[in-house]
Design a protein around this ligand. Structure first.
Ligand code: HEC
Length: 100
């Protein structure tokens, strides 16, 4: 009985962690239309492609859009895009994008 309980607790914990983890690839689906599937598209108003930029820079920019401290003329678009991202989501996205 004790073993079954432990096994159940283990399985539940594994599932909770699997779903709570931020998935960069899944999160990036929302960005593809403007930035391209591989980050090479430069949306109107943006200056640079995402491809080739470092995870640290991307994380800084996304955090800046979210808190309003970064952005150019079209930053309202990116403020909307980052409003609901958690710091973990931003990290996962930055990591994913830096590998294009
Ligand atoms: C509707 C189009 C659109 C979507 C969707 C979009 N972006 Fe953007 N993105 C832009 C525009 C326009 C800019 C330039 C904004 C400015 O003026 O600062 C930009 C800028 C950026 C920058 C800064 C690039 C640089 O070098 O200055 C990053 C990083 C970025 N976007 C990441 C993302 C991520 C990650 C997502 C998905 C969560 C996303 N974008 C979704 C249009 C979009």
């Amino acid at each position: 009985m004790k073993k079954t309980l432990l096994a159940t607790a283990f399985i539940v914990t594994t599932f909770v962690f699997a779903f709570a983890a931020s998935d960069g690839a899944a999160l990036y689906n929302k960005c593809k239309a403007c930035h391209g599937a591989d980050g090479t598209k430069v949306p109107a108003g943006a200056e640079e492609a995402l491809k080739g930029q470092s995870a640290a820079d991307i994380e800084k920019m996304l955090t800046g859009y979210k808190d309003g401290s970064f952005g150019g003329e079209k930053k309202a678009t990116m403020q909307r895009m980052t409003a609901n991202l958690s710091p973990e989501d931003i990290k996962a996205l930055a990591d994913y994008i830096s590998k294009f």
